[in-house]
Design a binder for this molecule. Structure first.
Ligand code: ZN
Length: 283
């Protein structure tokens, strides 16, 4: 016979899930936004085993708009507005540019920055926090360990040149901030989950979405920057933890396989076609 305490615990554990299954699922919609391009003139900077010596590559910089019912969330905010129209060159290791801002793209589907309730950030690098400050009223969601880096003065040496605290100034100044540890169910119904994938930075995240028609979609953050890094266990030398990176690549790849998820590597231009072209969306 179960003790009353155990019965109470079991009821507590099962009731929310039972209640959830009876509720109508909230519709989730996903748009891919153009958040810049990065010409990599020395691809070797993405491998600490010298896998790409002498290679160059054009990477894309993507970010995402998510609608959950009437709530809108951004996932990553791309390159800073200051890079709009920047000329790319063949000499810098990384040469970034931006054609169109997030705000300009939102206007195409009749949204303004005030409509954005949440901004989720995969990690503190400037090509992911670039336009966050265009949404100062939104709740910023970021892993605690990455927020700690952005809040350090001075920045830790490993973050110099990659992190720019000015890009998240509205939240340094008291804006609505949620710092997370581990996986986080954003809307409480399992439809949008931030996944802990440390290694590229101490608090790197990926994002898993459950879409009614498309099925599961897994947005990579920068767990990898392009597809080959999965097979060759590619670790950029500027990552903060080599072992964590390999574990996160393994988790991301197995998870996508087990769920049958569409894996979108956010910087890989070959993955652009996996989602409809903006302003079309995936549901
Ligand atoms: Zn990046």
């Amino acid at each position: 016979m179960k003790t009353p305490i155990l019965v109470a615990l079991l009821m507590t554990a099962t009731l929310p899930a039972f209640a959830q299954s009876n509720a109508d699922p909230v519709e989730v919609e996903l748009w891919r936004l153009d958040c810049g391009e990065v010409k990599v003139n020395d691809l070797d900077m993405f491998s600490d085993t010298r896998a790409y010596t002498g290679e160059t590559r054009d990477l894309t910089s993507s970010c995402y708009l998510i609608r959950h019912g009437s709530d809108y969330m951004l996932w990553d905010t791309g390159l800073p507005v200051a890079l709009k129209g920047a000329e790319q060159n063949d000499t810098d290791a990384l040469s970034p540019t931006l054609k169109v801002t997030i705000e300009e793209q939102l206007a195409e589907i009749d949204l303004t920055p005030a409509d954005i309730g949440r901004v989720g950030i995969s990690h503190y690098h400037f090509d992911h926090t670039g336009q966050a400050a265009s949404f100062p009223q939104a709740e910023l969601m970021i892993d605690t360990r990455d927020w700690d880096v952005l809040s350090s003065d001075p920045l830790p040496t490993f973050a110099e040149g990659f992190a720019n605290p000015d890009l998240v100034k509205p939240w340094q100044d008291g804006g609505k901030l949620t710092t997370t540890m581990g996986d986080t169910d954003v809307f409480g119904d399992g439809s949008v989950t931030m996944l802990a994938m440390p290694g590229h930075t101490p608090g790197s995240l990926a994002l898993l979405l459950q879409l009614a028609e498309t099925g599961p979609v897994l947005l990579s953050g920068d767990v990898v920057h392009f597809e080959e890094q999965i097979a060759n266990a590619g670790v950029p030398p500027f990552n903060t933890d080599r072992g964590d990176t390999l574990a996160s690549i393994d988790r991301m790849n197995r998870l996508a396989g087990n769920l049958g998820a569409t894996l979108i590597i956010q910087h890989d231009p070959r993955d652009i076609d996996k989602l409809p072209a903006f302003p079309a969306s995936a549901k």
